[in-house]
Unconditional design. Structure first.
Length: 290
């Protein structure tokens, strides 16, 4: 089953004026709607299609109903306005977007799974909306504590550049950047380009990515809030991650009471298909153990 919809968030809590944010979403799973509810939250600048259907199908095969969606400022969701250099919203607003998606889908509570910035958003969900969470999985992410998870100089330079808006220029910059933080033994530029083509043709927004990045920086550390959370937590991180180094993941697990930390050998800051079975197995095993 594939279901499509649009959620509306009219209660964004922080910096931006009250205005509706529209969020495109898709649901995958059994026709009868059975299965464990899993909300997947994307990383910086990534539309929902960056969680590829093959990965989602592996979660569905393990008994999940899966929802993926476009964060604000990417894909087919709302674009926000900001003066140059300003952060028009914070991660707490992006967490409230995720709650709006849960409402639109009809889920009172769900397991949440977030990669990179998506991991930061699901951490904020555990702080601000713990009553809506069954568990959280934070993948290749960090708490916002600037002392940990620091990228290499090359990685931060690639991350913060504004890429060209034409298709070929955007794809070239994507492939060059991904090589800096990929899973090194699994690097495949043709595969990265093919995924990039899917993302670009679906909908990307370099200026929107810049606004998301400013939101990450402006949101600060979540250490104090996470130290109080009681949401069952799995922290996954790659040993080869050069964009958010593994100490960012280890610190996340140390801060959250009772969190389980798993470091995956050879995984960088990407989602190569060879790693999907391990990621799905770790997530499903953790959730089924609760």
């Amino acid at each position: 089953m594939i279901e499509f919809g649009m959620a509306t968030n009219s209660a964004s809590p922080s910096l931006e004026p009250s205005s509706e944010v529209h969020l495109a979403w898709e649901r995958y799973g059994a026709e009868d709607g059975s299965g464990m509810p899993l909300l997947m939250v994307n990383g910086l600048g990534s539309p929902m299609v960056s969680y590829e259907v093959g990965l989602i199908e592996q979660f569905v095969a393990r008994g999940f109903q899966v929802v993926r969606f476009d964060n604000r400022d990417t894909g087919r969701s709302s674009r926000m306005k900001a003066q140059a250099g300003e952060a028009p919203y914070l991660l707490v607003d992006m967490a409230s977007d995720a709650v709006a998606v849960l409402d639109a889908v009809g889920w009172d509570r769900a397991h949440v799974w977030g990669q990179s910035m998506g991991g930061m958003i699901v951490q904020q969900l555990a702080i601000s909306h713990s009553e809506r969470l069954l568990s959280l999985t934070s993948l290749m992410s960090t708490t916002g504590n600037s002392a940990v998870g620091r990228p290499s100089a090359e990685a931060i330079a690639a991350l913060t550049q504004i890429p060209p808006t034409d298709r070929e220029g955007w794809l070239r910059v994507l492939v060059e950047a991904e090589e800096l933080w990929c899973s090194p033994e699994l690097w495949d530029p043709d595969r990265v380009r093919a995924k990039g083509e899917l993302m670009f043709d679906y909908g990307v927004d370099p200026q929107g990515t810049a606004r998301q990045y400013r939101a990450v920086l402006a949101s600060g550390s979540r250490d104090d809030g996470l130290a109080l959370t009681t949401t069952p937590t799995l922290v996954l991180h790659g040993s080869a991650d050069n964009l958010i180094r593994p100490d960012g993941g280890r610190h996340t697990a140390e801060v959250i009471p009772g969190a389980r930390y798993v470091e995956i050998d050879g995984l960088g800051h990407d989602l190569p298909s060879e790693m999907w079975p391990r990621l799905v197995e770790e997530t499903a095993g953790f959730i089924q153990s609760l």
